[in-house]
Design a protein around this ligand. Structure first.
Ligand code: NAD
Ligand code: AKB
Length: 317
């Protein structure tokens, strides 16, 4: 790892829901040329990612990852490439290959090149036996393949820290709500799709029932949490380093519909639960994030009203 000059960062899965906004933010802070965006997909017309270096990279190709790290003199990787829950249940082998195999590639590349790593976890690590307000420490028995890969990811990150001193950090993101890029194959995607449908068609058919309550967060809070965690002194980072609980808000699908209806005239929503209802039901309603608050001062800013206002404003521009 070089110690002089600007910080150079690689982002995997950079064209996804989080990557699009994280790359934009990192480039504002560290300079466009210092943030290497990578994805297995070709660069599209994604304006946040177009304004700096981009390389095609599959995260299971550790040789190419190592080469890019050396070529661009990378010091940190934000590892966002993954297969999310709904796609993961349809394609469990692919989910295991990308989520576990990709994380191993990143950790091995980090070990060879002395890099600092951010690898996100998810509320999907919790299973039906976890308390509905999920504490930081509780048995993790997820029933989705995706959740199982996230538990393995946390365990691997902890192992590389304990055995090799590799500085790996992660957050258990709730369902994220954003408008700049679509959500990618997850169960919480209804909380994003509903805004597009409300504004384009005035109607949404929701794939979970009205009483479904899940932990959610606005993307600006999620990006801020990511950077606050990564920029905290190592001494502030405790045993939860690989998967800090962070809480934003918790609402039912019906509460989301009602809040949108107050702002979009004539909006209607029907409910046709599908398999994703099962995955949602296996996750907690809300998250206890007191450990993140104590260790590095985490505090969410967005409530349901602000989120709905920001989504409608962003999509209406
Ligand atoms: P996303 O599906 O929107 O984006 C993932 C990106 O990874 C895509 O651009 C895809 O092309 C890329 N990708 C897939 N296979 C790849 C491969 N083999 N090599 C390289 N790139 C590949 O996902 P996201 O919502 O941006 O999620 C990013 C991370 O955050 C994931 O680890 C996810 O599990 C986690 N997370 C997301 C949420 C959320 O609500 N968005 C919640 C909890 C955790
Ligand atoms: C999904 O629904 O799969 C993701 C997540 C909560 O990890 N949004």
């Amino acid at each position: 790892m070089s110690v002089s000059g600007p910080k150079k960062i690689m982002v995997t899965g950079a064209l996804g829901q989080i990557g699009t906004e994280l790359v934009e933010k990192l480039r504002k802070i560290y300079g466009n040329e210092n943030i290497l965006a990578t994805d297995v997909r070709k660069l599209d017309d994604n304006p946040g990612v177009q304004n700096g270096p981009f390389e095609i990279l599959s995260v299971v190709d550790s040789d190419s990852m190592d080469k890019l790290v050396k070529e661009y003199d990378i010091q940190e990787i934000y590892h966002l490439a993954a297969i999310l829950s709904a796609t993961g249940e349809k394609k469990p082998e692919l989910c295991k290959k990308i989520n576990i195999g990709g994380t191993i590639s990143v950790l091995e590349t980090a070990l060879n090149n002395n890099l600092k790593i951010f690898a996100p976890s998810s509320i999907a690590v919790f299973g039906p036996d976890a308390p509905k307000n999920a504490p930081q420490v509780t048995p993790l028995n997820p029933t989705t393949v995706y959740g199982q890969t996230k538990v393995i990811g946390e365990n691997l990150a902890n192992e590389y820290w304990q055995k090799h001193g590799l500085d790996t950090r992660g957050l258990r993101y709730p369902g994220l709500i954003s408008w700049k890029s679509p959500a990618g194959g997850g169960t919480t995607d209804y909380a994003v799709e509903i805004f597009h449908a409300a504004l384009e068609k005035g109607h949404y058919d929701c794939f979970v029932g009205p009483e479904t309550r899940l932990p959610m967060m606005y993307i600006d809070d999620a990006i801020r949490a990511t950077l606050e965690l990564m920029n905290s002194p190592v001494d502030n980072i405790g045993d939860s380093r690989a998967g800090y609980n962070i809480s934003g808000i918790s609402f039912t699908a019906q509460q989301l519909v009602d809040t949108i209806s107050e702002r979009v005239d004539g909006f209607t929503c029907t409910f046709t639960p599908d398999k994703r209802q099962l995955y949602a039901d296996s996750w907690p309603d809300s998250i206890d994030d007191s450990q993140a608050k104590d260790d590095w001062g985490w505090e969410a800013q967005y409530n349901l009203e602000n989120i709905v206002d920001s989504m409608i404003e962003g999509l209406s521009d």
